[in-house]
Structure formats: C-alpha cells, structure tokens
Design a protein around this ligand. Structure first.
Ligand code: ZN
Length: 323
C-alpha cells in the first residue's frame, strides 16, 4: 500500500500528549531485541532502515541519536504521528472498569478497537495499537511493497511492540490513559501526569540512580530476564493477548499502588474530551497523591519486566519475518 493511502484513510490524530515509553524506554526495548535477532534478521533490519532513512527534515524529539539504527528508529513513530495522522495507533483504551480478558484474538477487544484500513462506505477505519501491529506486519512481510513502505512498517512495529507493553497504553480511566492526572512526583515542584511518569520519569530516575545509559540498562535487563526469551519459542504473537496482559499491570500496579487511590472512572463518550480531561485532572489534583520510594520500588520491577518482554517479543517477531 502506498504511503498516500496509508495516510489518507486515517482520522486526524487526537491531540494527545501521550508518547509511549520516552526515548530511553523505546531505545531499551530496541536494544534488547537487537541482542536476540538472528544474524540474518539483524542484517535485513539494518538493510531496510538504511535503504529508506528517516526524513532529515523531521523534527526528532529525542536529542541523542543512538548509533544502533533500530534504537534510533524506535522513537520515529512518535515524531511522525501528527504528520502521518496515526496518533490513535499508539494505544487501546480498555476501560479500567473492565477487569480481564473475555477472550484473546482480535475479537477480544473489538469494543475498544475499531477496524483498520481504508474507509468502507464512507466509514473511517482508524484502528488501534492491536490491529496496527498486524496491519504493518502485513506490509513488512510483503516483498512486493515498496521499500520505503516496508521500512516505515518496520519502524512502526519496533515502536508499537514497545508501546503495547506500557501499561497506560492499554487502559483508560476517563483520563486519556493517565494523561489527565496531576500527581506529585518525588520533590518536583510541578505535579506530573501518570502517563509521563510511566513513560519516562520512573525510568529516568532508575537510570540516574544507577548512573546507567540506556544501552547499559538494556544489557542488564537482558541478563536478568534472559531465560524468558527461550521461553517464548512456540508462543503465539498475539498483540491482543499482550494488551490484556499489560492492562492487568495497569490495574494492579500503575493505578493499584497509588496512595490514595484514584476512583475508577466512568467514560462518557459524549463528553467534550478537553473539558473531561481538565475536570479529571482537577479531581486527581485534589487527592494530593504523592509518588515516592514505595511506589517507585513497586513500579520498577514491572517496568523492567515489560521492557524486557517487549524486547524479546519484538526479536521473535522480526526473526520470523526475516527468516
Ligand atoms: Zn507511541
């Protein structure tokens, strides 16, 4: 499918500040994946990314440019989401009030994930993260697709396999995946939103504490969780199952460990999103939630496990594509 079509059928992206794992998180996922690619897959990935490089005119949010092409590509989808109008592909809003998977497979999340692809009978098919992974995977696998499209598909997959393992990309508490919240993060002057805290604030704190670079952190996670990668062989590549699994962490850890807790929100689809967001932010601010050591110590093992799992699943997926 040509770039034009991919762009044309999508709804305009919602103006969401959500990034999904910050620079460090996405780079860590890519570096863990890299370490588990077969030589063949690794060369094919680099060949494709090099054959169709990132547009130099694109404003890149991450200021450091890792020498690893996969790590550099891992943040492209956030930089390009407004231009490509693919903002809704980065998440799935499974309500916090829904506790567990009714079923896996594509039909398990139909209520929160519209179909993806060109409009049918004038109806937009905007998609969400679970079907966007499959959609881009089909383009990547199709050797008849133009190289530029396959490189773009690869960049999306590297990014989305990361995003889908960030708990706040698989939940909504009437707060746009934690974006409409105001929580005190350690001694910081301004309250932060829970989404940003899970995207990068907790990770950056862990990196600072250990005086570690993203690549050193990735190597450490890879060592700690190494046995998990072999355990994946034979497992299905099922983004819907990944979303449910990560949704569970959102309920238990991301929201579950806040003190005091945020009440479970009711989502009103008719409400004006901006007004609902600022109302929710005010409500949460009034709770005076503080995130400190106790929350950090509970969150980091979850974040570490999610980053490692995302990296391993990404490697497995790419090894299958480039076999
Ligand atoms: Zn993202």
């Amino acid at each position: 499918m040509s770039r034009f079509l991919r762009i044309a059928f999508l709804l305009p992206a919602l103006s969401s500040p959500a990034l999904g794992w910050g620079c460090e998180g996405h780079q860590i996922v890519a570096l863990i994946a890299r370490a588990h690619l077969t030589a063949e897959a690794s060369a094919a990935v680099d060949g494709l990314l090099r054959a169709s490089p990132i547009d130099e005119a694109l404003n890149r949010f991450c200021r450091d440019h890792p020498s690893d092409l996969m790590a550099d590509s891992a943040t492209w989808a956030d930089d390009a989401k407004n231009r490509e109008k693919t903002g809704v592909w980065h998440y799935i809003d499974i309500p916090r009030s829904v506790a567990a998977a009714a079923s896996t497979g594509p039909s398990g999340v139909e209520a929160w994930c519209p179909p993806i692809g060109p409009s049918v009978d004038g109806k937009n098919r905007p998609g969400c993260i679970t079907n966007a992974i499959g959609y881009e995977l089909a383009i990547l696998r199709d050797k008849a697709s133009p190289l530029a499209d396959r490189a773009t598909a690869l960049r999306y997959i590297i990014h989305f396999v990361g995003d889908i393992h960030q708990p706040l990309h698989d939940v909504d508490n009437d707060d746009q995946g934690g974006n409409c919240t105001a929580i005190q993060f350690f001694g910081e002057e301004q309250p932060a939103n829970l989404h940003a805290i899970w995207d990068y604030k907790l990770i950056q704190r862990a990196l600072d504490r250990g005086k570690l670079s993203p690549s050193a952190y990735a190597a450490d996670l890879d060592k700690r969780f190494a046995d998990r990668f072999t355990g994946l062989s034979g497992a299905a590549d099922d983004p819907v199952a990944w979303a449910w699994e990560t949704h569970g962490f959102a309920l238990r850890n991301t929201y579950g460990n806040l003190d005091p807790g945020i009440p479970v929100g009711e989502i009103d689809p008719k409400a004006d999103p901006q007004a609902a967001c600022s109302a929710e932010r005010d409500k949460v601010r009034a709770l005076h939630i503080v995130i400190g050591d106790r929350y950090f110590d509970n969150a980091m093992p979850v974040i570490d496990e999610r980053l490692a799992t995302a990296g391993f699943r990404l490697a497995k997926l790419l090894n299958e594509v480039f076999r």
